[in-house]
Design a protein around this ligand. Structure first.
Ligand SMILES: Nc1nc2c(ncn2[C@@H]2O[C@H](COP(=O)(O)OP(=O)(O)OP(=O)(O)O)[C@@H](O)[C@H]2O)c(=O)[nH]1
Ligand SMILES: [Mg+2]
Length: 305
């Protein structure tokens, strides 16, 4: 299955609704009025792209319509998709890597966003590309977390540095960095406990983890990835803000775009903050992680070919 097909399947329900509502909105011969504007804006909001982006896009399309540059429902769909692709492309870039020594990727996010699974899938991907990978089990908070990461390590055949449940996450990060350096590993990916920003104790753990990590690898982490659940809508926007403030998020991975989610959240986040999206999760298997492509994403979201 191609990336486009996978996206398309995941976003199908939203895409069909969005496509139909925009198309039917403009099949009638009546001129664009305030009602059409509101309906267009509403259709975009319902896809989770967020109110500011929906408002801006609807406004731009209205302007173009009034200038006679777009006329039919098909024109409007294409124009809206082009706007969404432009927003989704903002800030995208390849992963930062270390000039020398291990590239450290720190992975953060709220509970159940898909961090550990994404790490397993990233490890599989990097390994397939010929890199050596090591995982650091710094979720010492949740009881089963270490075993879950170890299982991924076995599954994709990469070493996991772990301590015991309840031990200090920063100390494990120190051990993992030391081991990755000593073994000349290309990528060290560090798992962390899921946390809500309201948990001050857990939020404070992150800056400490950074300080300790930098004692071993001063220029690390080379990326701090926020994993967001693509099916949870605009909550992801708050998460990007909160984790950005606590640890300086440098990029995103959006998971569960294969599910029943609306998927527009990528646009909502990027309208506010043009963070690169590196990967999207399209399932629970090692191969279900794909690099993000703005054009493909936008076409799938609007159900266009
Ligand atoms: N369908 C689907 N399920 C996913 C995807 N990514 C993760 N999951 C599932 O989501 C659930 C939570 O995933 P985890 O990787 O454990 O999430 P986490 O962020 O590490 O969770 P905590 O460590 O508890 O905070 C699991 O059942 C995963 O299999 C995805 O891209 N698609
Ligand atoms: Mg986890």
């Amino acid at each position: 299955m191609s990336l486009f097909d996978a996206f398309r399947r995941g976003l199908q329900r939203t895409a069909t609704v969005l496509h139909r509502s925009i198309e039917t909105l403009f099949t009638s011969t009546k001129a664009w009025d305030e009602d059409s504007y509101k309906k267009l804006e509403g259709a975009l909001v319902s896809a989770d792209i967020g109110f500011p982006a929906a408002k801006r896009i609807a406004g731009q399309l209205q302007e173009r319509y009034n200038l006679g540059k777009i006329k039919t429902g098909a024109d409007i769909l294409k124009s809206a998709a082009a706007e969404v692709a432009e927003i989704a492309a903002r800030g995208n870039r390849p992963l930062n890597t270390a000039k020398d020594g291990p590239t450290v990727i720190l992975v953060v996010g709220v509970n159940g966003a898909g961090k550990t699974t994404t790490i397993g899938k990233m490890a599989a991907r990097l390994k397939k590309d010929g890199f050596s990978v090591m995982l650091g089990a710094c979720d010492t908070f949740r009881a089963a977390a270490i075993d879950q990461l170890k299982l991924w390590g076995q599954r994709v055949d990469v070493p996991v540095i772990a301590s015991t449940h309840g031990s200090d996450a920063a100390a494990t990060a120190f051990d993992a960095c030391t081991a990755a350096k000593a073994r000349n590993i290309d990528f060290l990916i560090i798992d962390t406990a899921g946390r809500q920003h309201t948990r001050a104790d857990l939020m404070e753990e992150l800056p400490k983890l950074l300080r300790v990590l930098r004692k071993v690898i001063p220029e690390g982490p080379h990326e701090t990835l926020l994993v967001v659940d693509g099916s949870t809508g605009t909550n992801a926007l708050h998460q990007a803000r909160e984790f950005g403030a606590a640890v300086g998020v440098t990029g995103l991975c959006v998971t569960k775009l294969d599910g029943a989610g609306k998927g527009g959240v990528v646009v909502a986040i990027k309208e506010e903050n043009p963070l690169p999206v590196f990967f999207v999760g399209l399932g629970e298997q090692p191969g279900d992680l794909e690099p993000f492509d703005a054009e493909t994403y936008s076409k799938a979201l609007f159900d266009l070919d």
